[in-house]
Design a binder for this molecule. Sequence first.
Ligand SMILES: Cc1cc2nc3c(=O)[nH]c(=O)nc-3n(C[C@H](O)[C@H](O)[C@H](O)COP(=O)(O)OP(=O)(O)OC[C@H]3O[C@@H](n4cnc5c(N)ncnc54)[C@H](O)[C@@H]3O)c2cc1C
Length: 368
Amino acid sequence: MLGSSPLAAAPVEPTAAKVAEIKAKLLQMPNLPFKFPEAPPVDVESKLKAQFGRELTLEETTVARAMATHPFFMELTPDQEAKRQELRAKASKSINEIGQARREKALALFAEPPAAALSDKEYRSFPVTSVLDVSPNTKLIKFKLPTPNTPLGLPVASCLTTRAVIDGKDEVRPYTPISTEDTLGEFDLLIKSYPDGKMSKHITSLKVGDSLDFKGPFPKFPYEANSKKAIGMVAGGTGITPMLQVIKKVLANPRDKTELRLIFANETEADILLKAELDGLAQLYPNFKVYYTLTNPPAGWTGFTGYVNKTTLASVLPPPSDEHIILVCGPDGMLSAVSGPKTKDRKQGELGGLLKDMGFTAEQVYKF
Ligand SMILES: Cc1cc2nc3c(=O)[nH]c(=O)nc-3n(C[C@H](O)[C@H](O)[C@H](O)COP(=O)(O)OP(=O)(O)OC[C@H]3O[C@@H](n4cnc5c(N)ncnc54)[C@H](O)[C@@H]3O)c2cc1C
């Protein structure tokens, strides 16, 4: 019984042209071949062979086989035909759903990421989400960006400026976020509060929910993975902030093989900012080593003591080479002693100080 199959209504005359036409039609049909196991497929191949009166060509055999497994040529009862329609409707619905989900996924992959939160043209305000004491006078303050996927837009290593009205006057100061450009939805500032410091006191007294105005980024040292074999770092106090950007950037990239050597100078052990985090990173990553020097060390202190000097630097830093670079950041006195001061307009200026005496060239040193 051929049921409602077109084979029953009008037997095909399978000329080559007809085969081509049917083949084209089959190829246009979705879900080919649509298997309907309860219905025996029509033996289209032998029917065609009989009608041609010869062996079929390879192409004709292929078409015939496709026809034989297609419901269009199956002998279906009305019930089976209804079932087939129902299954087909379901299949195309789920195929449409899968297609839609895939399209959305692909679009999301190729979609532009949300625009950077920072602008170097105008100040934008971001709210505080947490405040953490990290030393007697320094706080780690977290700010929220407009969406969880929004990047701050701050290439390593860069700083930004904050603006606030303090005592009726607009004050602006630079700060260096310690989160990297890969952090989304938030960023961290590490701020030391000075007793007479206008901005530092203002920021460290912010509470969760308060907001602060930011502008930037202002790029400083453009870091590129594996551009140097080793990076030496000399930091004092909050001078650790740009170093943290570089350290996190290097260590977050498993393909970045750069060796990092940090000497962190402070007065007392309590002044060492984020010591536990730095020590933790040094334990986790063999390419990162951290050393401390204290001018006022506690009893039993095993690190370096006093201001950084040639002996300390020589035992910690990679030696002078164009494959190495030394980054320096800290109070003006330390910067002058280690690398010579920056110019009045905050340009690099000439290399001086201990690093020059040790044989480094101006190109092998960067002053933040
Ligand atoms: C590129 C750059 C990035 C910086 N990033 C950070 C950062 O990430 N975190 C951070 O905490 N700071 C950072 N600073 C320092 C910051 O910009 C301010 O200078 C600092 O917070 C003091 O500003 P203030 O308004 O509180 O003090 P001001 O009102 O400008 O100064 C008032 C008084 O505070 C005292 N004071 C101010 N600065 C110092 C100092 N360095 N040493 C000793 N006494 C001082 C002095 O007594 C001074 O007379 C950065 C500076 C630069 C140039």
